[in-house]
Design a protein around this ligand. Structure first.
Ligand code: FAD
Length: 300
């Protein structure tokens, strides 16, 4: 996973350099701990510069013991990335169709997408429906063993103020903090394995905010602009599921990226593209085997 994530970061930087997409890119992320010993341990095993409580406080993180500044990691605004990618796809002549897909099937070599209005034949299909990917695979009797892990996001209006100097992960709580541009602070947290349930979000949000307020200076005085939830697509072995679905000729899947779907989407995209176009894979066979859809029980 670390290798895939690092490859993806390279692809992102290359991509942002070439394409005209502003994603509020910030280089360098801090792993923050209550206990300095945990920071020292992380730095020893994974590298990165150790920061003490005073340095963290200067960055906007208070009441924490130590941190590790990881220079090569990046932070981006996912909403701007989504909008920028969508614009570029359309500029390049691609057509984005929004609508529910009910399932897929294959006759000979031709896959078909099942829509409410009927079936549509395609050259190939890539199932990338996140935590719902299993629903789409049911019609071809494949189970990618993907389950949803619910997370919560809170977006604050910073009104031009720089609240934190670097994005951070508050490791003891699993809370992410990132400032996007001059006006947005994004706080994320929770990893709940409760299916696609949508109740209890308000309670989760209050807990997230209450914890974040203790460690992000000035958060209490910011305006909460929006909040929401999302379902990370995770697998039992926490590895992605990328490749051709066993027993099919032209139906692929790319999911299971769990906590790192934004980080790893470039490499996941290139892996699946190389398979469809019969090109040399960007990763070694051992990695392709690890993420292979055939590792799960399939086709009853
Ligand atoms: C709170 C939170 C914080 C996160 N923070 C980070 C982070 O800091 N870094 C990181 O790398 N990742 C992060 N993630 C994880 C990341 O968001 C996911 O890994 C990523 O979104 C997965 O991408 P995906 O395209 O596989 O699935 P999704 O983003 O879920 O997209 C799947 C799409 O398929 C559509 N779809 C589903 N079913 C159908 C259907 N039947 N027909 C048509 N369309 C369908 C959905 O509407 C959706 O648009 C976070 C997630 C959460 C919830």
């Amino acid at each position: 996973m670390k290798y895939l994530a690092l490859e993806s970061l390279k692809l992102y930087l290359d991509f942002f350099e070439k394409e005209d997409i502003d994603v509020d890119l910030v280089r360098g992320v801090v792993a923050v701990f209550k206990d300095m010993k945990d920071a020292e341990e992380l730095s020893r095993t994974a590298g990165g510069r150790v920061l003490d409580g005073k340095e963290l406080s200067e960055m906007g993180y208070i009441g924490m013991g130590g941190g590790v500044y990881v220079e090569h990691e990046i932070s981006i605004n996912p909403l701007k990335l989504y909008r920028g990618l969508r614009r570029r796809v359309e500029e390049l002549g691609g057509r984005i169709v929004v609508g529910d897909v009910l399932g897929v099937e294959e006759e000979g070599r031709e896959p078909k997408v099942i829509l409410g209005s009927g079936k549509r034949g395609c050259d190939g299909v890539v199932i990338a429906a996140g935590s719902r990917s299993g629903d789409l695979c049911r019609s071809i009797s494949y189970d990618p063993h993907v389950f949803p892990a619910r997370g919560i996001v809170a977006l604050y209006d910073t009104a031009g103020e720089k609240v934190v100097l670097a994005p951070a992960l508050l490791e003891d709580y699993g809370i992410g903090v990132a400032q996007h541009g001059s006006d947005t602070l994004r706080i994320t947290g929770f990893f709940e394995i409760i299916g696609h349930r949508v109740d209890g979000v308000q309670e989760d949000l209050e807990e997230l905010i209450s914890t974040a307020k203790k460690h992000v200076r000035g958060l209490g005085s910011l305006r909460l602009r929006a909040f929401g939830m999302g379902f990370r697509p995770c697998t039992a072995d926490l590895l992605p599921v990328i490749g051709r679905i066993p027993g099919t000729k032209n139906i692929y899947i790319a999911t299971g990226l769990c906590r790192l779907g934004v980080t790893m989407s470039p490499i996941a995209g290139i892996i699946v593209t190389s398979m469809i176009l019969n090109l040399e894979s960007p990763v070694k066979p051992v990695i392709l085997n690890a993420v292979s859809p055939s590792r799960f029980i399939h086709r009853s």
